[in-house]
Design a protein around this ligand. Structure first.
Ligand code: HEM
Length: 455
């Protein structure tokens, strides 16, 4: 298959009209926790809040039953919203709805079936070992480093090796910075304002952001062009190539394949990386949890390589990942556009309304989670019995829920277990770390760490 590099139209600092720009007003309350403004609004004005932001009606939902209404019961009346993120995702599956979405998702779905995880694990482990070699050097020099950058490169390496049968044919640190230049949209508004007032916009300019997106667009063609590592037949990339060659699915053409890769390299890395970085922060602050993870690994797989069965047995480590995503859900809010008149919680919904399902708010609501600000992995040890349905949605819900959610838990559980067994990461940044609610819940200025190698 020849897949041409199509840079298409790139944008600079996102679309000023996109909801991500509009939501940047939220950080005015507590600049280190923009979620607080929304939590206070929900406490004061109830579970369905309709506001006009710059001529756009935005409806905030905070109740699990309303999440279910939008994501499941009336899923077809609420479509996806991706304005402002098109250069990141192209026209990949995540941006589509209805029959077209189904046609694109169906042929890729088997790559994410739990039966595949045992095949992927050796490749996840390869990537984790590469990371450990690098960490060993960082431990020797004692220098501090940015954890999200470290975990992003690990997540990208895991995806490339396991799902594409390729080594990363790009410099992950450089590409990471390019994507961040674009996706830290909240910063963009501030930059635009500074430039408007004749001030210095800093490193991120319209031109830089556009250039960053050009570099991003060049990544998928590089993946396709790279030689396979082992020519494995059951990989996501093989499934994508097969459907491109299938004349009965003309919609899934070579350009679609490029965009699918863009989607995986962002949706499958940014979120996984943030979860692991936040998990390392939480375990650095709760050393007893880190020790329990080490002991669990020692008991379950000892000195050999962990397998799929071992992953199932790593119950506490997995609980730490689940609790991390409750406290710091990488996707803090799910956004849809209403296509029909509707009523939610007694409030009218109009076609065109932007509906924001405030996942972070539900995850931190004491009605659903006793002492929600406490890091308590034990809440997950008895399974999910007793939890209010839809009060926890790190992976979304309904038919549009995350295709790679279960796989990311395998990646992160194994990575956390293996990294903590060999190293003691110490968080050395500002306490508590601030974060911004851009498209993802991102630590402000990153998460600075130093590490020691355990003997
Ligand atoms: C901790 C890790 C992850 C988190 C928190 C996460 C979160 C999410 C969420 C919340 C959605 C739904 C968005 C919505 O309803 O608007 C989603 C969709 C999606 N995710 Fe993930 N994700 C993770 C890992 C992954 C991985 C590893 C992959 C693939 C390699 C992936 C690929 C996708 C795709 C393709 C979709 C779109 C599905 C569709 O529209 O049918 N994600 N993810």
């Amino acid at each position: 298959m020849t897949i041409q590099q199509n840079l298409g139209h790139t944008q600079g600092l996102g679309e000023a009209n996109s909801i991500w720009f509009k939501l940047s007003a939220l950080s005015k309350g507590n600049p280190d926790n923009p979620m607080q403004t929304l939590q206070m609004m929900a406490d004061r004005y109830g579970p369905v809040i309709a506001v006009n932001i710059a001529d756009q009606r935005v409806v905030f939902l905070t109740e699990p039953e309303h999440f279910k209404h939008v994501l499941v019961t009336k899923a077809d009346d609420y479509i996806k919203y991706f304005d402002g993120l098109k250069p990141v995702f192209g026209k990949s599956m995540i941006t589509h709805d209805g029959a077209l979405w189904q046609k694109i998702r169906m042929p890729q779905q088997p790559a994410f079936h739990p039966d595949m995880f045992a095949e992927y694990i050796p490749y996840f482990l390869q990537a984790i070992r590469t990371k450990m070699d690098l960490w060993s050097k960082l431990a020797e020099t004692g220098e501090s480093f940015e954890m999200v950058e470290q975990t992003w490169t690990l997540a990208a390496d895991m995806i490339c090796k396991a799902l594409f049968d390729r080594d990363m044919p790009f410099n992950p640190h450089f590409v990471f910075k390019c994507v961040k230049t674009y996706t830290d949209v909240m910063e963009h508004k501030a930059i635009r304002m500074r430039v408007l007032h004749g001030e210095d916009g800093g490193n991120i300019t319209e031109e830089n952001a556009a250039k960053a997106m050009e570099i991003w667009a060049s990544v998928p063609p590089a993946v396709f062009a790279q030689n396979p590592n082992e020519d494995r037949q059951r990989t996501l990339l093989k499934m994508i190539e097969a459907v491109v060659a299938d004349p009965s699915v003309p919609e899934f053409d070579a350009e679609q394949a490029i965009d699918e890769l863009k989607q995986y390299l962002w949706a499958g890395t940014e979120t996984t990386a943030l979860t692991l970085a936040w998990a390392l922060y939480l375990t650095s602050k709760n050393p007893e949890a880190a020790d329990r993870i080490r002991k669990e690994g020692e008991t379950v797989y000892g000195d050999r390589e962990p397998t799929a069965a071992d992953y199932s047995a790593l119950a506490y480590t997995r609980a730490v990942i689940q609790e991390t995503m409750r406290i710091y859900p990488p996707i803090w809010g799910l956004i849809r556009v209403a296509t029909k008149d509707d009523v939610i919680g007694g409030k009218e919904i109009k076609p065109g309304d932007r509906v924001v399902m405030f996942a972070y708010g539900a995850h931190h609501n004491p009605k659903f989670w006793p002492e929600p600000e406490e890091f308590r992995p034990e809440r997950w040890m008895g399974g999910t019995k007793g939890q209010v349905k839809y009060s926890y949605l790190p992976f979304g819900g309904g038919k549009r829920s995350c295709i790679g959610g279960a796989m990311s838990q395998v990646e992160n559980t194994l990575a956390l277990s293996m990294l903590l067994r060999r190293f003691r990461p110490e968080y050395v940044g500002k306490e508590p770390p601030g974060f911004s609610g851009t498209v993802t819940l991102t630590p402000k200025g990153g998460l600075k760490f130093r590490i020691r190698e355990l003997s």
